[in-house]
Design a protein around this ligand. Structure first.
Ligand code: ADP
Length: 497
């Protein structure tokens, strides 16, 4: 019997059974090459366990399982039954909320309170799309009395899905829910830094009663398993969330293989614009949450903060006080807001950006260093007087580093806000409704928040303008990513026209 699970412990749950195999055909299995890789605890820098690694052969096996399910048993499951399966899965996620959240904190380093919020969001997202499953409708189109025309929305087929490590379970839910609701089958590759929570989730997929092969979840690396999935000739669609760099690679792989459909949710450098008339206390709370939530590891992090001249000095001083109140430390402490960054590599990248900010002459208002002496912790960092061409204002840092600059007026705010290759999100803080609407209209971003930030919901579409991606996730729009529209034309005249 293959060794595909291990007993692990978290401070919340005590001992639990952690699956470590590849989840293919509703079973946990070893990889073809019997390779494993280590999973690191970012809080202690120690090895948590090893999991089985998918290589190209395993991707083939998983895709074959998904194909068989798609052409076979899953096709005979009615939309209503698909919805019921998703609702059952959402219930199981809620029933196991403590375990899933604890595994997420252990593996990713996010605070347990945020991990609980994430898992609540996972259940909500799955349930929302469970509701959509039997509401996928076509149209009849009246063209001629001798013809009958209608459209059908059909599942695309086998979907490859590749997710990052910043919200391991939530990104999984955003991807699998619309795909399953619309009748597709899936091979999901999780991020190599954070495979554990998805494997616990996988056991719930089986418990919920999904047929074998419908949802396969594999752990593995991008260059091997990820590349094999995105270039696979029998994968009909690839959905990716991650860096813009790898998004381009995925699109090339899709183009040069079978022209599979592509959706991409990529990086960001979102502006957070604070006008003189904003409620400054409230604005600071949202700006703080906008950049430091999830340790700055959010594609929509409000990392460029533009403050109008009249309140600039007051804002910078008060923001510093607020940032210093963020509790940094053990993710399992109930009051912790910021845990460690996910990996040594991310830690090094972020520290490199901090160094470049210092070298390019930005003012360090607070932070700028490691926090503590163990784990990948970084102090909440604020740079002020950052000019537009500095690296920390241009590039996605993906860490707890805020860059602040001044702006003069509305036109200046819009110009600066749009001065980026990205266009994922933005926020505006003002009491003036007209300013809020004009600036929201002027910003080239997929989401604009007014007097808030990071307020995502599974019912509201999310995605990027410009280099931040292609397509929209969440809401009704995500159903389009997973359905083909078919037009059927029936000749009722029984003769050649
Ligand atoms: P990060 O730099 O934050 O880790 P990436 O975009 O590199 O972000 O990774 C996001 C996801 O993309 C991960 O699951 C990773 O394994 C995967 N990935 C990385 N490189 C490739 C690739 N060449 N092809 C397919 N997937 C990849």
């Amino acid at each position: 019997m293959a060794n595909v699970s291990i007993q692990l412990k978290t401070p919340i749950t005590g001992e639990y059974k952690q699956p470590t195999g590849l989840f293919i055909n509703n079973e946990f299995v070893e990889g073809a090459k019997k390779q494993t890789f280590e999973v690191i605890n970012p809080t202690t820098e120690e090895v948590i366990c090893s999991v089985h690694e998918a290589t190209e052969e395993d991707v083939d096996t998983a895709v074959a399982a998904a194909r068989k399910a798609f052409e076979g048993e899953w096709r005979r499951v009615t939309p209503q039954q698909r919805g019921a399966l998703l609702l059952k899965l959402a219930d199981l996620v809620e029933k196991n909320l403590d375990l899933l959240a604890a595994v997420e904190s252990l593996d990713n380093g996010k605070s347990i309170s945020m991990a609980r919020g994430d898992v609540g969001g996972v259940a909500g997202c799955i349930r929302y799309y469970g509701g959509w499953a039997d509401k996928i409708e076509g149209k009849t189109i009246d063209i001629s009395p001798d013809m009958f025309h209608y459209t059908r929305r059909e599942p695309i087929g086998v979907c490859g899905q590749i997710i990052p490590w910043n919200f391991p379970l939530l990104m999984l839910a955003w991807k699998i829910s619309p795909a399953l609701a619309t009748g597709n089958t899936i091979v999901m590759k999780t991020a190599e830094q954070t495979p554990l929570s998805a494997l616990v989730f996988a056991s719930l997929v089986k418990e919920a009663g999904f047929p074998p092969g419908v949802l396969n979840i594999i752990s593995g690396f991008g260059k091997t398993a990820g590349a094999a999935l995105s270039a696979h000739m029998d994968v009909d669609k690839i959905a990716f969330t991650g860096s813009t760099l790898i998004g381009r690679t995925i699109m090339k792989a899709a183009a040069s293989s079978n022209l599979k459909k592509v959706t991409l949710e990529l990086g960001g450098k979102s502006p957070n614009i604070v006008f003189n008339d904003a409620d400054i206390e409230e604005a600071i709370s949202w700006v703080n949450f906008g950049i430091y939530y999830n340790h700055g590891q959010c594609c929509c992090a409000g990392s460029r903060i533009y403050v109008q001249e009249g309140i600039y000095d007051k804002f910078v001083a008060a923001f510093k006080d607020r940032a210093l109140k963020n509790k940094v430390g053990d993710p399992f402490h109930p009051e912790t807001f910021q845990g460690p960054q996910v990996s040594q590599l991310q830690y090094d990248r972020i520290m490199g950006y901090i160094q470049s900010g210092k070298e390019q002459g930005a003012t360090v208002v607070t932070g700028g260093d490691r926090h503590g002496d163990k784990g990948y912790f970084i102090q909440p960092t604020i740079f002020a007087d950052v000019s537009q061409e500095m690296k920390i204002m241009q590039e996605e840092i993906f860490g707890p580093v805020a860059a602040i600059a001044k702006f003069k007026d509305e036109a200046d705010a819009i110009r600066l806000g749009n001065d980026t290759a990205y266009g994922l999100a933005a926020s505006v803080h003002t009491k003036d409704l007209n300013t809020a609407i004009r600036v929201s209209n002027g910003l080239k971003a997929g989401t604009v928040w007014v007097n808030c930030h990071n307020m995502l919901n599974h019912a509201l579409p999310f995605g990027g303008f410009k280099s931040s991606g292609i397509g929209r996730e969440l809401g009704e729009l995500a159903l389009d990513n997973y359905t083909e529209h078919k037009s059927v034309a029936i000749n009722m005249a029984g003769k050649l026209f």
